[in-house]
Design a binder for this molecule. Structure first.
Ligand code: HEC
Length: 128
């Protein structure tokens, strides 16, 4: 009897442990996803403002970026103006697709930035 009870208790403990493990995982994953998104945006901003990388501020006013140039339109209300993320990404990847005479560097086509950097910049620009 004693043994039986001890066994059934330890079984219950294991089941509870397994269930709470599932619960913890279920709680964690949205937080993890949010973390990953925040990191992509932060990385995107870092590359965008880096004078040796995106250097977007040379031409665009953008966010809280210091000393922006004004030879290109300010990057504002981007989500509203680019409901299609792919269009915005394409503009950064190769501006000459939309405007063959663009002076904006074709960051993807000329491999000035990696595909991942362009993804992160796109996510960042969409927050502006
Ligand atoms: C040498 C100047 C220059 C640099 C550097 C530059 N751009 Fe541009 N960008 C332009 C110009 C000029 C335009 C206007 C459209 C065109 O001529 O292609 C433009 C247009 C855009 C547009 C479309 C704006 C709109 O109103 O629809 C986006 C988005 C954009 N640039 C993002 C970026 C990002 C992000 C970076 C940095 C990774 C960057 N640009 C770097 C010159 C530049």
């Amino acid at each position: 009897m004693m043994r039986h009870t001890a066994q059934s208790i330890s079984k219950k403990v294991m089941i509870i442990a397994a269930l709470s493990g599932i619960a913890a995982f279920a709680n964690l994953s949205p937080a993890l996803a949010a973390d990953t998104a925040a990191t992509a945006i932060e990385k995107g901003k870092a590359v965008a403002v880096d004078r040796k990388k995106g250097n977007c501020l040379a031409c665009h006013a953008m966010d809280d970026g210091a000393l922006p140039g004004n030879i290109a339109p300010p990057l504002v209300s981007m989500k509203l103006r680019y409901p299609d993320r792919a269009k915005l990404r394409e503009q950064i990847w190769d501006a000459t697709i939309r405007n063959p005479n663009s002076i904006m560097p074709p960051f993807g086509r000329h491999q000035l930035l990696s595909e991942e950097e362009i993804d992160n910049i796109t996510d960042y620009i969409l927050t502006l």
